[in-house]
Design a protein around this ligand. Sequence first.
Ligand code: GDP
Length: 362
Amino acid sequence: ASKAAEKESDTSNLRSPICCILGHVDTGKTKLLDKIRQTNVQGGEAGGITQQIGATYFPVEAIKKKTEVMQVYEKRIFEVPGLLIIDTPGHESFTNLRSRGSSLCNIAILVIDIMHGLEQQTIESLRLLRDRKAPFIVALNKIDRLYDWQTIPNNSFRDSFSKQTRSVQQEFEDRLTKIKVALAEQGLNSELYFQNRNMAKYVSIVPTSAVTGEGVPDLLWLLLELTQKRMSKQLMYLSEISATILEVKVVEGFGTTIDVILSNGILREGDRIVLCGLNGPIATNIRALLTPPPSRELRIKSEYIHHKEVKAALGVKIAANDLEKAVAGSRLLVVGPDDDEEELKDTVMDDLTGLLDSVDSS
Ligand code: GDP
């Protein structure tokens, strides 16, 4: 028991939190992701940021660099190894994931355009997040469009804001207030993140610009703070597998493959896996575990890198037989030595019922 307790408090065993980006079309989800991915150092190394299957991985060293401007406000100890951000904003398999089985994201960023306020899909995303009790923060994007905004590229919002004229600050305050009222009408209390004294009750708002990069350090800072402080239990590295199918794709030379986000545990070549299929459960063996080569230059010519095993959290492509009818959005389970394969088949098919139910009701 003492060993277990020891493990519990040991943050060296934390895995990377997984983050999704949601929001109305044109609010800047794609652009924001691009900006987060970009390196601040001109022509410099990518700092270990790697493009994975369906996700981008940010090692803690890269996040430290990107949040350097935040150190004046608060010193931070980084405990997680990095951050995994799902690449496809508003991915269908995330929005479909209303089944109890899913545990794809630890935290979501809901992007709102400061010039437009709440829009239809903003409200839908809010409902989805609430139904799933998913923790999230709001990125109030496009602050550079405030009239006469003076840009300091990649700066913290707090510093950039303090350097604006009174009229810019006033326009910001007015728009922020309106959006807070609109969020309250949806039953959501919100507060500017550095004024938020009760993160459990109030959703934090981070003003950003995906064009100038302002507020991006604040956003990453807050993501890490929330996941480290409030979710260390969920982020404990476990041997138990937790994996979600993002996409089903035919790839030359591999046949039908599935792109999977591995949220916890280890997957190994040869593992017996069970997943949900359109015509019933699928049980098959992992033939290959694939990730793209580390750098873009290599990716053009070379194929995938094969792995004997991969450890959470990451995105990985799985090649195996009989994947043609696999259902995106469902879980993937591994048949362990003590597991009953038939029981696992029932479990994954329950997810499908959940997925279809949610499609029916929407
Ligand atoms: P998505 O549909 O949410 O992924 O939105 P996009 O990332 O494609 O952005 C939609 C449009 O808004 C594009 O023309 C972007 O260049 C623009 N845009 C996104 N973020 C910003 C921002 O912070 N400031 C400004 N001025 N334009 C932005």
